[in-house]
Design a protein around this ligand. Structure first.
Ligand SMILES: C[C@H](O)CC(=O)SCCNC(=O)CCNC(=O)[C@H](O)C(C)(C)COP(=O)(O)OP(=O)(O)OC[C@H]1O[C@@H](n2cnc3c(N)ncnc32)[C@H](O)[C@@H]1OP(=O)(O)O
Length: 233
């Protein structure tokens, strides 16, 4: 069983209850009078499908009709538990959820692949493209690091990988690279870090830094590139 009291309306209590699997009477129940009387609001089997392992219910800090259930999938209801949408994520088996009490679009959800931070669950996809028709991204400005020594170069590569490329790759919101022109060096690697790539007819991709004796630094020469081929168009 899992219980959650709405922070918006303390008379509203949700209870997620497993039942004897033969009778299939489990599901989500709600009380609007602080537990005096209860009614079933959903018998959707997804809500209690892994009850033998764990089930969690969370009420939204700003809206008493938004409810989350974690029971292998992560599910979200905006109508008090009547209907449910599945949340996407970097891995299955969602185990815990923290919702920012001051901003219900800011949450951290933990699944078997780790934790991820979603700023806005209204954003369904992110498209990265270049301004104009010449370049998607022409790559790093060599002049910015031509004078770096080995350790500075190594630090730039490590920081850049973490702050941008890993961040994009691990976003649970799908990121689409709309390649409209040159995608060179770090620009091509940014497209590769996205979940999907759509190349325009004028798309030109390459790693020209190799002509400067530079090893491409952001993932094009390492990492599981086969994963990135998924969804190319
Ligand atoms: C970390 C990564 O693994 C490593 C990297 O990303 S290394 C960098 C890889 N990228 C490159 O080598 C691309 C270098 N640029 C080019 O080859 C050519 O500029 C291009 C093919 C993109 C376009 O050529 P072209 O149409 O002739 O325009 P061009 O006059 O060269 O450049 C237009 C403007 O963009 C700028 N620009 C081009 N590429 C740039 C880059 N990578 N960084 C900063 N500015 C760049 C030029 O300096 C020029 O600026 P200006 O108008 O102020 O003079």
């Amino acid at each position: 069983m899992a219980i959650s009291v709405s922070p918006v309306n303390s008379n509203k209590v949700f209870a997620l209850i497993e039942s004897d699997s033969d009778q299939d009477k489990g599901g989500l129940f709600v009380s609007n009078n602080a537990g005096k009387t209860w009614s079933m609001v959903s018998g959707d089997n997804r809500l209690v499908q892994r009850a033998w392992y764990y089930i969690e219910v969370f009420t939204d800090p700003k809206d008493e009709d938004i409810v989350y259930v974690l029971s292998a999938p992560a599910l979200r209801s905006e109508d008090g538990g009547k209907t449910w949408k599945r949340l996407t994520g970097t891995h299955g088996d969602f185990h815990d959820l923290w919702i920012n009490p001051d901003n219900n679009k800011n949450m951290v959800i933990a699944n078997d692949g780790g934790a991820e931070l979603d700023e806005d669950n209204e954003t369904k996809a992110i498209i990265i493209t270049g301004n104009g028709e010449k370049a998607f991204v022409a790559g790093a400005d060599i002049s910015e690091f031509a004078h770096f020594d080995v350790s500075q170069g190594g630090e730039l590569a490590a920081k850049g990988q973490e702050l941008l490329f890993d961040f994009v790759e691990n976003l649970s919101t799908p990121v689409i690279a709309a390649v409209n022109g040159f995608a060179l060096g770090g620009g091509l690697e940014l497209a590769m870090a996205c979940h999907f790539r759509v190349a325009g007819v004028n798309a030109k991709m390459g790693l020209p830094e190799t002509t400067l004796g530079l090893i491409p630094g952001y993932g094009s020469c390492h990492g599981n590139d086969t994963d990135r081929k998924h969804g190319d168009r």
